[in-house]
Design a binder for this molecule. Structure first.
Ligand code: ARG
Length: 459
């Protein structure tokens, strides 16, 4: 039999394969709340404009509430023959309230309906991402505060570079996640315009009030161009772009946790709650959550590339290709929210090992730059010369198998005569970090000031 919604010009129903490739109900049932909210706003507007009767609008609204209750209770029978969430809801509404249900789709198309539903859904996910990011920032701030002056090695090329503080390292991620949150905020603001009333593509001759439906659904305004409204999915792409960048940040932090929790580093101990064991090696405590976050980023960047690819060749206006937007975004959003929650749990629970961090901080000639700076400041050398002299001192220490502060003054003076006892004052890692007082630097005073700023901003 042909389709009850659009079967007027058809004499045969779809092949089973056609139904299988066409149906989206298996996943777009997740839009049921948005779909019902959109339909209620539309019905109320149609009645207010005198396009349908108040009695029909009330029957539709009550019926939609019953449909929602059935879905919430898990009693709703979703049907692949009815393709998608929009037609599933409307068909059930007709069973519940009869002919009035047929008036709901006046001055509306599934094209503006799905664009509206999906914008509402993605808008919520922007809010959820911002919330998740804020929780993660708070966990990082707690860690930063506890170890604002704990020294650790800062790396470039994963080779010891200069000492930094644990607090400074934690705060670097607070900044990254703040920018991620601001990207979701921007995307949300830009997507907050309502497609409803664009109808199939050209608008409608019915005297609808698009401002009313936009306001009822919490949008700032109706979209200005009906073709654009049903054609673009840039709001979903912006969400995915923001999610992909955020996932990269999560993945980098995960990578650090994997390295830091190894026996070779021992910078952090992950909690039992966020680790797993090995079925053969009894000593193992593995950072699986960090590894999985690092891996799951592939799903998010994959979703972005997939949707960009879906959209790139589409002429205006709607093409069925665009139905492929949803699974990608659903999966990316689920993945991101789970990754944010897991990272927040790991960060809140982990113990930073102050003694290991400090021991590692002084290894690898980490204060060589401080020594070169001292030669510039106290002995008046040009920085390039100071760099060369310090390099020679490092080579000497390395040859003797000692750290820079272990060289004697005589050994240092053999390399450069102007070096005095005073130099030992700058070779310690605590002195080194305390001296880096430039704005945004690693000095504990700077780190604490940034922590205070962020506590205020998040309160
Ligand atoms: N399930 C469809 C989608 O997600 C709804 C829009 C269908 N519109 C159409 N003209 N076939 O894109």
């Amino acid at each position: 039999s042909s389709n009850a919604m659009w079967g007027g010009r058809f004499s045969a129903g779809p092949d089973a394969i056609m139904e299988a490739i066409n149906a989206s109900i298996g996943y777009d049932k997740r839009l049921s709340d948005q779909d019902i909210a959109g339909s209620k706003a539309h019905a109320a507007m149609l009645a207010a404009q005198g396009i349908i009767t108040q009695a029909d609008a009330e029957a539709i609204t009550d019926g939609l509430s019953r449909v929602k209750a059935e879905i919430d209770a898990g009693e709703f029978q979703f049907s692949a023959a009815l393709e998608d969430i929009h037609m599933n809801v409307e068909a059930r509404l007709r069973e519940l309230i009869g002919a009035a249900a047929g008036r709901l789709h006046t001055a509306r198309s599934r094209n503006d309906q799905v664009a509206t539903d999906f914008r509402l859904w993605v808008r919520d996910q922007c809010d959820a991402a911002m919330q998740g990011l804020e929780a993660l920032q708070r966990a990082l701030l707690d860690q930063a505060e506890a170890g604002a002056d704990w020294v650790m090695p800062g790396f470039t090329h994963l080779q010891t570079a200069q000492p930094v503080t644990w607090g400074h390292h934690m705060m670097a991620y607070v900044e990254m996640f703040a920018r991620d949150a601001s990207r979701f905020r921007d995307a949300r603001a830009r997507m907050n315009e309502c497609p409803l009333g664009a109808a199939a593509l050209a608008g409608t001759g019915f005297a609808i009030d698009r401002h009313a439906t936009a306001a009822a659904l919490g949008f700032d305004k109706p979209m200005d161009n009906s073709l654009d409204a049903v054609s673009d999915r840039d709001f979903a792409l912006e969400f995915l772009s923001s999610a992909a960048i955020c996932s990269v940040h999560l993945s980098r932090l995960s990578e650090e946790l994997v390295i830091w929790s190894s026996a070779q580093f021992r910078f952090v101990t992950l909690s039992d709650r966020f680790s797993t064991g090995s079925s053969i090696m009894p000593q193992k405590k593995n950072p699986d959550a960090a590894e999985l976050i690092r891996a799951k980023i592939g799903r998010v960047t994959g979703a972005l590339v997939a949707l960009l690819t879906v959209m790139k060749g589409l002429p205006l206006a709607y093409s069925k290709d665009m139905q492929e937007d949803k699974e990608q975004v659903f999966d990316a959003a689920d993945t991101l929210m789970l990754a944010l929650a897991a990272m927040t749990g790991m960060i809140s629970d982990l113990t930073a090992n102050r003694a290991s961090l400090e021991a590692a901080a002084s290894a690898g000639f980490s204060t060589a730059t401080d020594l070169a700076d001292w030669l510039v400041r106290e002995a008046g050398l040009p920085f390039r010369d100071a760099h060369h002299v310090t390099g020679a001192l490092v080579a000497k220490a390395e040859a003797q198998g000692v750290d820079l502060p272990d060289l004697t003054l005589d050994e240092m003076q053999a390399v450069h005569g102007d070096i005095t006892d005073d130099v030992f004052g700058v070779l310690g890692v605590h002195k080194s970090v305390a001296s880096r007082t430039s704005y945004g630097g690693t000095a504990p005073a700077q780190v604490r000031a940034r922590i205070t700023d962020w506590r205020e901003r998040l309160s």
